[in-house]
Unconditional design. Structure first.
Length: 149
């Protein structure tokens, strides 16, 4: 599990390097592990009208949804921090916001998996791993609409 977790965190860190965050200066990357072993990444994309900003997790889930892989999510890693050259700063793990928890829940329910969510600090010094159900207890999703078992 640690090898998979660390590889996902590395992929998320790489994605964060491509974030478009001119307003907050806070880069976030997400890496989604699919059931077949493929990894799909996303980074935050800010917008001058802040409400239109996309979080990294949302960008990555949109990618898998657009490829028809919404039911293939197995795990996710999230890394965030302020860029300092080629590195990220920050010693606290970055957790998904409420919106992203809900977006991840949609894919997790479609995948029929209580996915692991690895939350890492920008500098790599700390990682917390949660089950999505711990981050979003009593979630509303496709199961509530009778779309999945």
């Amino acid at each position: 599990m640690t090898e998979t977790r660390d590889a996902l965190i590395d992929a998320a860190r790489d994605a964060a390097s491509r974030a478009y965050a001119p307003y907050s200066g806070f880069h976030v990357g997400a890496a989604l592990l699919l059931k077949n072993g493929d990894v799909v990444t996303g980074a935050n994309v800010e917008n001058a009208s802040y409400g239109l900003t996309l979080c990294a997790e949302t960008a990555a889930v949109a990618k898998i949804a657009n490829e028809g892989w919404i039911g293939e999510l197995a795990e996710v890693a999230i890394v965030g921090g302020r860029p300092d050259g080629d590195a990220l700063t920050g010693s606290d793990p970055v957790n998904p916001c409420g919106r992203c928890r809900q977006i991840l829940n949609e894919a997790a329910e479609r995948s029929q998996t209580d996915i692991l969510v690895h939350c890492a600090s920008g500098d790599g010094s700390a990682v917390q791993t949660w089950k999505l159900s711990e981050l979003l207890p009593a979630a509303f999703g496709p199961k509530d609409l009778g779309l999945v078992d």
